[in-house]
Design a protein around this ligand. Sequence first.
Ligand code: ZN
Length: 252
Amino acid sequence: MAMKIEKKIKGYAVVKPEDKAAPAAVPAPLSPKEAPKAEVIQMHESLERPETLVGNTYKIKSPLFEHALYVTINDIVLNAGTPYEQRRPFELFINSKNMDHFQWIVALTRILSAVFRKGGDITFLAEEMKAVFDPRGGYFKAGGVYMPSIVAEIGAVIEQHMKSIGLIHDPEMDESTRRLVAEKRAAYEAASKKNTEVSPVAPVATAAAEDAGEPTNGFPPGATLCAKCNTKALVLMDGCQTCLNCGYSKCG
Ligand SMILES: [Zn+2]
């Protein structure tokens, strides 16, 4: 590029190859009026892994697996100490004594880690994985939550982790829904209490369900699976299937 020099040359420096490589490293001098702006670092695949990362390890115990799975998610802290501080998942490992699914698990963890590092919105990963079902059948977790597959449970762990670092915001149940659920639950409990006074069979059935180790999580033992929240909390009230967990209701 040709440039006309109108002033006297007072000094010079030779441009070295490393100067050319990093032209952005030399910021243009700021005019005094311009406020110094911090550069916000976004997640990007060329971001180098720091020596240490912070993370959590989650244990998954499934009746489909003989041994527990340990899912470790490590996070990178971007823009630490600034208002733009953000924790983002950087890598994911799964450990288990179980070698049956070794190659798929390694493939899954590598792809998940690669997508984490690509940047952008990664919360869809949890949704995609939670929707995977095992054709051989899923299982119930303690608390009556249905897991359609082990992949879905890994997805649930990723979602839980993303919630804990503020990447996913839990849609709060609004006050009116919460009140409605509490009212329905009280009404159901009152009704079933009346029933047990009339017939002594019901408490026996309850005890049997508890003996069978069925996870009820405080929901009535006869409750069925709610399609909306995947929890065994659906009971029949006044001819309506009503969920005592999320408030879902279907009459018919
Ligand atoms: Zn529900």
